[in-house]
Design a protein around this ligand. Structure first.
Ligand code: SAM
Length: 371
C-alpha cells in the first residue's frame, strides 16, 4: 500500500510569552473568561510520547522513528508542574486530569500524583484527581497510583474484538491486557472508572453494542466519543464521524435506557443509565462534532513543556513554562494566568459548524496538549 503522506508543521512551539500584568491581583478563587465561563478543570500532559499509534491521534506514518519528540530538558519537572498546578487551584481549579501522550510512560508518575494530591481547593477540599490512560501499564501501576492519592482513572478502549483493537492501536497491543488493567484499577479502588471509546464509522462502529454489553452491570461509565478533527495529522473526514444520536439509537435497540441528569456544570458527556432495576453502569456520549459544548467549557490544558492552551482545538498557546523558567514569581505567574483566562473567548467547535475561517488554521496535536 502506498505510504500516506500528511504534511505536519511543527506547531508545538507556537506560544507567546505571557505578559505579566502591571498590577499583580491575587487570585480570588473564581476566574471568569469573556463568555463568563469559570476555570474549573486543568488537564496536564506529562509526556508527548505514547506506545500506541492510534490512527485518529498519532498515526504511524507521521509519528514514526524519524519524528522528534520533545527533548527531556524541555519537559516540566514534577516540581514545576506542581507549582503551576497550585497556582491554578488558587484560581478555582477543582479537577486535575493527568494525560499525554501516555501518562503512565512518565517515570515515577506516582511522585507527581502525591504532590498534586496534597493540594486543596479554595474551599479546602481534595481535588478531583484523575488520569486518562490507554491502560497498557495500568495493571502494573494501579495500586501504586491509588496509594499515591489518585482518585480515579479513565481508560481508553476502542473495541473488544482483538483484531479491530490491534488494528486501531497499531502497536500489536492485545485487548486482554487493557481489560486486566481495568480490573486492576477497579480492585485498587480507582473508580468510578470511565471508559473512552472513540467511534469511527466503518472501523469500530459494530463494537458499540458489544462494548455496552460488556460493561453493563459494572460500576463503569462507558463514553462513546465522536471522532474529532483534533491536530493536523489524522486526515479527519466528516464521513468517518458517527453522530452520537446514532450510537444511542443502536444501544437503545438492545437495552432500555433512561436519560440521567447532568451531574456537574461543564460536563462533556450526555448520560444514560440502564432502565432495568438494579443494573449498574451507564453510557454517555461526547459529541464535540455534532453538538458542541463550548458554552460551558471550563477546561484549560497545560502541555508537557508548560504551554497553556485554552481550547483543545487551539493553534497557539501561552508559554507559562517559559515565564516560570525565566524566574517569574508565583504572584507574577498567577497574575499572568488570571489575565490569560479573563481574555479567553475560544469556542472552536461552535464556530466549526458555522464555517469560521479560523477553523481552518492548523491545530496543535492532542498528544502534545493532552486529551
Ligand atoms: N494515552 C492516553 C489514552 O490513550 O487515553 C491519554 C491521551 S489520549 C490523547 C486522550 C483521549 O483522547 C483518549 O481517550 C483518546 O481516545 C482520545 N482521542 C485522541 N484522538 C482523538 C480524536 N481524534 N477524536 C476523539 N478522541 C480522540
Amino acid at each position: 500500500m502506498a505510504e500516506r503522506v500528511i504534511p505536519v508543521a511543527d506547531l508545538r512551539y507556537r506560544a507567546t510569552l505571557p505578559v505579566i500584568p502591571q498590577t499583580l491581583t491575587p487570585p480570588s478563587g473564581e476566574l471568569l473568561d469573556r463568555l463568563k465561563r469559570p476555570l474549573h478543570d486543568l488537564r496536564i500532559s506529562v509526556t508527548d510520547r505514547c506506545n500506541f499509534r492510534c490512527g485518529y491521534c498519532m498515526p504511524r506514518e507521521v509519528f514514526d522513528k524519524h519524528y522528534s519528540f520533545l527533548p527531556q530538558g524541555s519537559l516540566l519537572s514534577f516540581e514545576e508542574i506542581a507549582r503551576l498546578a497550585g497556582l491554578f487551584v488558587a484560581h478555582g481549579v477543582r479537577k486535575i486530569r493527568l494525560t499525554g501522550g501516555e501518562p503512565l510512560l512518565r517515570r515515577d508518575l506516582e511522585r507527581l500524583v502525591a504532590m498534586l494530591a496534597a493540594l486543596r481547593t479554595v474551599e479546602g477540599n481534595r481535588l478531583d484527581l484523575t488520569l486518562t490512560t490507554n491502560g497498557s501499564l495500568l495493571a502494573k501501576k494501579a495500586q501504586a497510583l491509588k496509594e499515591a492519592g489518585l482518585g480515579r482513572v479513565t481508560v481508553s478502549l476502542d473495541a473488544l474484538d482483538d483484531a479491530i483493537f490491534q488494528r486501531m492501536n497499531d502497536a500489536d497491543f492485545p485487548v486482554e491486557s487493557v481489560l486486566a488493567g481495568i480490573d486492576a484499577a477497579e480492585r485498587a479502588g480507582l473508580g468510578p472508572i470511565k471508559i473512552n471509546m472513540v467511534v469511527k464509522r466503518g472501523t469500530n462502529d459494530h463494537e458499540i453494542v458489544p462494548m455496552a454489553r460488556h460493561f453493563r452491570g459494572r460500576d463503569v461509565a462507558l463514553r462513546y466519543i465522536e471522532y474529532m478533527d483534533v491536530g493536523a495529522s489524522n486526515g479527519w473526514r466528516m464521513d468517518e464521524v458517527l453522530p452520537s444520536a446514532e450510537v444511542i439509537a443502536q444501544v437503545g435497540e438492545v437495552f432500555d435506557l433512561e436519560r440521567l441528569a447532568v451531574s456537574s456544570v461543564g460536563e462533556t458527556a450526555e448520560r444514560w443509565g440502564y432502565a432495568e432495576r438494579g443494573v449498574a453502569g451507564e453510557i454517555g456520549t461526547i459529541s464535540s462534532v455534532t453538538k458542541a459544548f463550548c458554552h460551558d467549557c471550563n477546561r484549560a490544558r497545560l502541555s508537557t513543556e508548560g504551554k497553556l492552551f485554552l481550547c483543545l482545538f487551539a493553534s497557539r498557546g501561552h508559554d507559562l513554562g517559559g515565564l516560570l523558567r525565566q524566574g517569574a514569581s508565583d504572584a507574577e505567574l498567577s497574575a499572568a494566568v488570571g489575565s490569560i483566562w479573563q481574555g479567553r473567548d475560544d469556542r472552536y467547535s461552535e464556530l466549526r459548524g458555522q464555517g469560521d475561517p479560523a477553523a481552518g488554521e492548523r491545530r496543535v496535536e492532542m498528544h502534545y496538549i493532552g486529551g
